[in-house]
Design a protein around this ligand. Structure first.
Ligand SMILES: *Cc1c(COP(=O)(O)O)cnc(C)c1O
Length: 420
């Protein structure tokens, strides 16, 4: 296999990739069209809601970086998580998820999935393997967690949670947004499906919303086919074919594209796919600076008298320091959170005093970003759910960019009221 730095530039394409800014594609003749619609011809593009030549390069490239067999790009990270789980669970089914999740994902699972008839049990302490095990019921169809939790930086013990899932005959789905495949590849540690918000570090420049689902290709849906009828039973919208029988190695990805993306429709724009490709081309260079700056910011804040507590797995004080050394040898990501002395009011003053850090609701931009989760990204959660996600009233979240580190530290210091 070629080096990561080579794959991020070349996988899926040779040279620069044009933007196929088109909705649909001319067929050679009616047999050609019919073969494409019947999934007999997988090379032909029919309609951009299903596939697009620019987006295919994104899919092949990210599959190559994660070590998956196939990937399906969608319009946002939320769409990626939604389709990844709807491909495994339907009304009456059940999922088990870590409680420490991106706020939007927590709300999706606790509210919208509940309304669809899919129950989710949240594991309050994702390090407690017995809690994962005892949450599983005969109706459970998948386990779900984030490789690095946003905002606390909790590192999931992927190998251990994957073992719990596999002992119960279930796949593990992992949101790998925060580390990106440069820092961590969950499929190498037993995960079965990977999802990303490509909006963040993968695209990297704060310009394009996007998401992707990567199929690891190894989970055996055929052992207990009755659990996953969508994947294994005849599909009446495709002349009764079974995805599992017909597309070995990438049945999960094929069904996600040709049923869920087809029917629910959250397709990415080819223009955004082009922006994403350009971002991926420098992923390793950017991430190396991101994680170096983030570790320096974490150390600086941990030593600052105005700061009560810093959450970043690079710090020896982090409960996930050992897990980070095992799973994240090249750096523990660039999202960190900290608690200012003085709680919510001090947090608001700090955010308003920042000069270089932008105050906005994103992570993974080349520029440094700051936000107050309790009043923004996690505001839809009630206070108890906020606390379960690790969001205390005075918590500030930073996404550390690739600026000069001395300028970042000076901005943080002045916003904290200076070092006495
Ligand atoms: C941002 C984010 C999402 C949602 O992605 P969008 O692209 O904003 O829809 C999901 N998971 C994590 C960890 C995120 O940071």
């Amino acid at each position: 296999m070629k080096a990561f730095a080579t794959r991020q530039l070349h996988a899926g394409a040779r040279g620069a990739v044009p933007i196929y800014q088109t909705t649909s594609y001319v067929f050679d003749d009616s047999a050609h069209a019919a073969a494409a619609f019947a999934l007999e011809d997988l090379e032909t593009h029919a309609y951009t809601r299903l596939s697009n030549p620019t987006t295919v390069v994104v899919e092949e490239r990210i599959a190559a970086l994660e070590g998956g067999t196939a990937a399906v790009a969608v319009g946002s990270g939320q769409a990626a998580t939604s389709l990844a789980l709807l491909n495994l669970a339907r009304a009456g089914d059940h999922l088990v998820a870590a409680a420490s999740l991106y706020g939007g994902t927590h709300t999706l699972l606790s509210t919208t999935f509940a309304e669809l008839g899919i129950d989710v049990t949240f594991v309050q302490d994702p390090d407690d393997l017995d809690a994962w095990r005892s949450a599983i019921t005969p109706r459970t169809r998948a386990l779900f967690g984030e490789s690095i939790g946003n905002p606390l930086g909790n590192v999931l013990d992927l190998a251990a949670v994957a073992a719990v899932a596999h002992d119960a005959g279930l796949p593990l789905v992992v949101d790998n947004t925060v580390p990106t495949p440069y820092l961590l590849r969950p499929l190498e540690h037993g995960a079965d499906i990977v999802v990303h918000s490509t909006t963040k570090f993968l695209a990297g420049h704060g310009t394009a919303i996007g998401g992707i689902v990567v199929d690891g290709g190894r989970f055996d849906f055929g052992t207990d086919p009755a659990r996953w009828p969508g994947l294994t039973a005849p599909d009446r919208t495709y002349n009764g074919l079974s995805f599992w029988d017909r597309f070995p190695g990438f049945a999960y990805a094929m069904r996600l594209r040709t049923r869920l993306l087809r029917d629910l429709g959250p397709a990415p724009s080819p223009f955004n796919s082009s922006l994403l490709l350009q971002g991926i081309e420098t992923l390793d260079l950017r991430l190396a600076r991101h994680v170096r700056n983030a570790a320096a910011v974490a150390q600086f804040l941990a030593a600052h008298p105005a700061v009560e507590r810093v959450h970043h797995p690079s710090l020896p004080s982090s409960p996930w320091h050992a897990a980070a050394q095992r799973y994240l040898p090249d750096g523990a990501g660039a999202v960190l959170a900290f608690e200012i002395r003085g709680g919510r009011a001090a947090g608001a003053r700090f955010i308003d005093a920042l000069g270089l850090f932008s105050h906005l609701a994103n992570i993974g931009d080349v520029r440094s970003l700051a936000i107050h989760p309790a009043s923004t990204t996690h505001a839809q959660l009630d206070p108890a759910e906020q606390l379960a996600s690790g969001v205390t009233p005075g918590l500030v979240r930073l996404s550390v960019g690739i600026e000069g580190i001395d300028d970042l530290l000076a901005d943080l210091d002045q916003a904290l009221g200076g070092t006495p």
